[in-house]
Design a protein around this ligand. Sequence first.
Ligand code: C2E
Ligand code: MG
Ligand code: MG
Ligand code: MG
Length: 277
Amino acid sequence: QAKQQGRSGYTFFSNDMREQAENRMKLLKDLRIAQQHQQFCLYYQPIVNLNTLNIEKAEALIRWQHPQKGLVSPDVFIPLAEETQLIHKIGEFIFASACQTLDKVRKNGENLQLSINVSPVQFTSKHCYLNQWHTHLEQHNLAPHDIVIEITEGLMMNAQPRTQKRLNNLTAQGFSLALDDFGTGYSSLAYLKQMDTDYIKIDKRFVDGIADNKDDLALCEAMIMMAHQLGLQVIAEGIETQAQHQLLQQAGCDFGQGYYYAKPMPEESLLALLSND
Ligand code: C2E
Ligand code: MG
Ligand code: MG
Ligand code: MG
């Protein structure tokens, strides 16, 4: 009530919008500094084989330790990095540090496939990101087979035509490809047809309701069946409960990822977890 009296709708919105624009500019400035001062690091979340319960993969998830704000979510700063082309440098950092971690895993006598989120914007670069990637792989005695490239389906919508060609080029070289957030975009099925996909990742939004809602379960089961008929494997994201884990296991889902198994963790914790496993 008091709020409504104090501000007309108009000033409320214009203040709000100005504030938003100012916050954005400030964040962008900080993001440039973060890139120069290496305030980023990668966390890793285990991906479990639902048949054996072994950790076979881990997803690399970027974290920004902002000097004042603390951890800033990638959902906030990755879109900003994409709009401003900062994503190219950040993307190289991500690839390089993931390779470094995998090298350590190997030297501990363990093995993993690492899943790396890549923005379609990275493929628009005139710089040869592919040479960069091969350099990092070679430096750590790794091969394309050790890496799964995760592309968010929704982002492919605005992608340039050559993005798809470059993605197919990657899979031809031996990189695995996963369609992330599957089912949340507008043309999931079209991408399956056009790209040499190895995995679909069922989005948390579908997994959330499966223990309480028949329709959600039916949707997950249908996605798993379809994927298998196309020769693809399925990773379910955002599994938080034993009930969800069991239902997905029963539905024949290949891999699971979520807080039920483990939260994203720093490199040291991943290495410790793998050697205890
Ligand atoms: P995504 O690739 O779909 O990653 C899964 C997100 O779900 C991660 O959030 C992860 O921490 C979260 N998650 C996993 N299991 C659970 C669970 O059981 N419950 C809940 N509530 N959440 C769970 P995060 O790390 O905040 O990343 C958000 C998004 O930001 C990612 O979604 C991805 O699209 C993007 N992102 C993260 N790291 C990178 C990166 O290195 N490069 C790029 N280009 N994008 C990234
Ligand atoms: Mg992902
Ligand atoms: Mg996802
Ligand atoms: Mg393939």
